[in-house]
Design a protein around this ligand. Structure first.
Ligand code: PMP
Length: 397
């Protein structure tokens, strides 16, 4: 029998909840998942790279050999052998990372939320790059910080611009490798300078690094956490090197912080799925990623080049863009006065999608910027879509 509600609930959401907003990208994705649209909007990895058979075999093995453990509750900090594997992979000759410093999270997105929860009070100063990862801005926003933007240029974050905003900062959130959204990387010299600057001002430096392994050529750059394990918080993810659907990431932090993060995680979701962690450990423990990652690099590198070549051919000469050496994104700057939101209206009508740049800025959005992803679109569709965009931009000049 259905209960009557004579006194219907007047929903009174918390102030925090009242401020929550859907990410612009997630909204666009709803439109762009239609097959007729050529979408450069997604931040999704290419499903062509997902090692489905390898995962299937690992699920089978884990469930057959250790099903009772895999299906039980597990510890909050994570599955010990996987934490050990991660600690080893982050350790260098000069700097040893301990397994106790690793907290497994449900995607690295959860690590962003936990960091906000334990480091940010309302009005706390949080330093972010210009532009920055939208999902991080969204995660931190829940804790109502005061965002201060730090300058960036073609070599990434400009450490000398920190001094002006350092006072009282609770953290600096940085994306040193193939940044989302710009595809830019921080030069080696700047990495040292950034680590030193944050250490000098006593600001915890967050190094968010989901794309670091995806360099098209050359070796990955040294991690900042190896330069100062006491001052740098490293965030990693299996989303871009295995699959995002398993929601597995981790944070490596100095012990006092990692214990706080663990308490926050305990309150949030007890622990990350034990089965997933055991399966991923089974997949990675014998060096699978060493063979697998080069195939992702090759695919993304080739498709990036196709897009860059098409842009050179079709974009008006007053448009500029980044030339990433890894990762999933190209960042485009249109001539001043051209609004990427308006361009999006027109390009959606022409069945091409991208993400306007404005939502990636914590302060003072540059409305003439946009982000393109090339990883899920086949080469001929990349050429077709870029030709359409080039024509629309030319018409707006
Ligand atoms: N950081 C950055 C820079 C990202 O681009 C993403 C995913 N788009 C994440 C964190 C979150 O990744 P995940 O939760 O899948 O590990």
């Amino acid at each position: 029998m259905k209960i009557e509600n004579p006194n219907p609930i007047q929903w009174q959401f918390s102030e925090r909840a009242q401020q929550l907003q859907s990410s612009f990208i997630r909204e666009i994705l709803k439109i762009t998942q239609r097959p007729e649209i050529i979408s450069f909007a997604g931040g999704l990895p290419s499903p062509a790279t997902f090692p489905v058979e390898r995962m299937k075999a690992a699920y089978d093995k884990v469930l057959s050999e250790a099903g009772k453990v895999a299906l039980q509750y597990g510890p909050t900090d994570g599955y010990a052998p996987l934490r050990e594997w991660i600690a080893n992979s982050l350790s260098t000759e000069g700097s040893r990372i301990l397994p106790e410093q690793i907290l497994m999270t449900s995607g690295s997105q959860q690590a962003l939320d936990l960091l906000g929860k334990v480091l940010v009070d309302e009005g706390s100063r949080v330093l972010v790059e210009t532009p920055s990862y939208l999902g991080a801005l969204q995660a931190f926003s829940v804790y109502r910080p005061e965002f201060k933007s730090v300058d960036t240029d073609d070599h990434g974050l400009v450490p000398s611009s920190i001094a002006a905003v350092a006072d009282g900062a609770r953290m600096l959130y940085s994306l040193p490798n193939f940044q989302n959204p710009t595809g830019r990387s921080l030069s080696l010299e700047r990495r040292h300078e950034l680590v030193e600057t944050c250490a000098r001002f006593g600001i915890p430096l967050i190094e968010d690094d989901p794309y670091g392994a995806l360099s098209y050529k050359g070796e990955p750059m040294p991690k900042m956490v190896a330069m100062n394990p006491d001052g740098v918080i490293y965030m990693g993810s299996f989303s871009k090197v295995l699959t995002p659907g398993i929601r597995l990431g981790y944070v490596c932090a100095p012990l006092p912080l990692v214990r706080r993060l663990e308490l926050a995680k305990q309150a949030a979701d007890l622990h990350t799925a034990q089965l997933t962690q055991m399966v991923v450990h089974e997949v990675v423990k014998d060096g699978f990623l060493d063979q697998h990652i080069p195939t992702i690099r090759k695919l993304y590198g080739d498709q990036c080049q196709v897009m860059l070549d098409a842009m050179t051919e079709h974009f008006p000469s007053s448009v500029t863009w980044t030339k990433p050496e890894g990762g999933m994104f190209i960042w485009v700057t249109l001539p001043k006065g051209i609004d990427a939101m308006k361009l999006l209206d027109q390009s959606l009508a022409a069945r091409v999608a991208f993400v306007p740049g404005a939502p990636f800025y914590a302060n003072d959005p540059a409305s003439n910027t946009l982000r393109l992803s090339f990883v899920t679109v086949p080469p001929e569709r990349i050429r077709e879509g870029i030709a359409v965009l080039g024509k629309l931009i030319a018409d707006m000049l």
